[in-house]
Ligand binder design. Structure first.
Ligand code: ZN
Length: 438
């Protein structure tokens, strides 16, 4: 079966672009996924409470409103049929407002920003930026609510220096200091408006609450340009945060579309904080997933047997070969856009794939009628990593690292293939199929 140019691929990609545009922050991504799950018969569980889960139950749990674990309890106990897990991350590199962000300089009002993760800084210049994040709201001296805020109006810009004042920029490269060159301009000093209150007043207006109700802010910048199909034949997707909202979206749709009943317990684990190393309370290095699986796994011994019987697909975007820099790839491992999922391999275990887990994924692709590619970094270059090895080490679970090929990773606007998203969904669906035994 050759389904490489399946028209459904475009529908899946359109749904992905809508999800990305609605999710400028991990909080929004988790909120959007929660709505999708609630609309499909899932219910939310709270880690603080006792759970009663029966076969076939569809549930999800969040931490910090930025990490999410979803599960559909299998028809058989996990120590009999195991856990089928797909993991990904909800965060993307960006610029985040400092605690006291507003300041005046040379008649301008600017926001002080921190750089979150490995941002390609130059791509954040000369873009139409806006604000999104969460607002902690107080009443009676307590923080009582977290409210999401998101603007699509261009509020801010990091203007580049004119080439006349930086003549060597094209030869020497754009050198940007994170502290001094990245604060965006948001307004002009005006004697009638207090700079100090400009941000809180904007937030209060957005959430329709008095300024005094605001207890805390976690705000980030994003590009307001909408995601798009692109290329001469719409073969590309131009969008922010493809790394790694594309994997979260593919995994979620595959679960929602999978057949039931299934003997194994199907699980999604979407973590915040991958871009800064995963070692946080809700990151891939936390016990979040293990805690949930343990609660579903029966006795201690049964839980251990369940994990030994389980399989984890760590899904994160992969590096397609760049035609202008093809020497940066190993010549026999050059993933191409729209040629299907990429299995990532690294002998030093920066990726968790081994012969067994890689072959297993390859066979899933074969059964789904999808071509598969392989990536290994050049031997003289360092290798990135994923939540794959972290989860494998945490749980002692068989793991494969995979992802769809893309360009401009960690740019404010990335690029991937419009056909690849649907292919990954089909492979994930094959994994979750009742016919697939671990
Ligand atoms: Zn990633």
């Amino acid at each position: 079966m050759n389904t490489d140019s399946n028209p459904n691929n475009c529908q899946y990609s359109q749904a992905l672009l809508d999800f990305i545009d609605a999710s400028p922050t991990p909080f929004h991504a988790v909120d959007g996924l929660k709505s999708l799950l609630l609309g499909n018969g899932y219910r939310e569980l709270n880690e603080e409470e006792a759970w009663s889960v029966t076969p076939g139950d569809k549930c999800f749990v969040t931490r910090n409103d930025s990490s999410l674990v979803v599960f559909e309890a299998g028809g058989e106990a996990p120590h009999v049929s195991g856990f089928k897990i797909i993991g990904a991350h909800t965060d993307s590199p960006n610029l985040r407002l400092k605690p006291n962000p507003v300041y005046e300089k040379n008649g301008y009002i600017q926001f002080g920003v921190e750089v979150y993760g490995g941002v390609l800084l130059g791509t954040w210049t000369d873009r139409d930026l806006s604000l999104a994040g969460r607002v902690l709201v107080k009443s009676d001296g307590n923080v009582t609510e977290s409210v999401l805020v998101k603007s699509d109006h261009p509020l801010a810009r990091v203007p580049q220096l004119a080439i006349h004042l930086n003549r060597k920029v094209n030869d020497k490269g754009l050198i940007l200091n994170q502290q001094t060159h990245m604060p965006p301009i948001v307004s002009m000093v005006d004697e009638l408006i207090s700079s100090e209150s400009v941000l809180k007043q904007w937030v209060a207006g957005e959430i329709k609450r008095p300024v005094d109700d605001i207890a805390g802010l976690e705000l980030m910048l994003h590009d307001v340009q909408k995601s798009a199909f692109a290329g001469m034949n719409d073969e590309f997707l131009f969008a922010p945060r493809l790394d790694n909202l594309a994997s979260c979206h593919a995994a979620t749709l595959s679960l929602l579309e999978s057949e039931t009943p299934e003997a194994a317990t199907r699980v999604l684990a979407f973590y915040d904080h991958e871009e800064i190393g995963s070692q946080t309370a809700q990151g891939g290095g936390s016990p979040f997933l293990k805690d949930i699986l343990e609660r579903l796994g029966g006795s201690r011994e049964q839980f251990m047997r369940a994990v030994a019987r389980s399989f984890f697909i760590s899904a994160d975007m992969a590096h397609a070969v760049h035609p202008n820099y093809s020497e940066m790839h190993d010549s026999r491992h050059m993933p191409l856009i729209n040629q299907g999922p990429v299995i990532k391999i690294n002998s030093n275990q920066r990726y968790a794939t081994d012969g067994w887990s890689g072959s297993r994924f390859e066979l899933l692709c074969e059964r789904a009628g999808v071509k598969v590619q392989k990536f290994v970094v050049r031997s003289d270059l360092g290798c990135g990593s994923t939540i794959g090895p972290i989860t494998a080490a945490n749980l002692g679970i068989k793991t494969v690292d995979v992802g769809n090929p893309m360009l401009s990773m960690h740019s404010i606007r990335e690029m991937a293939g419009s056909q690849d998203h649907g292919k990954m969904i089909r492979v994930f669906r094959e994994f979750f199929s009742p016919d697939t035994h671990i």
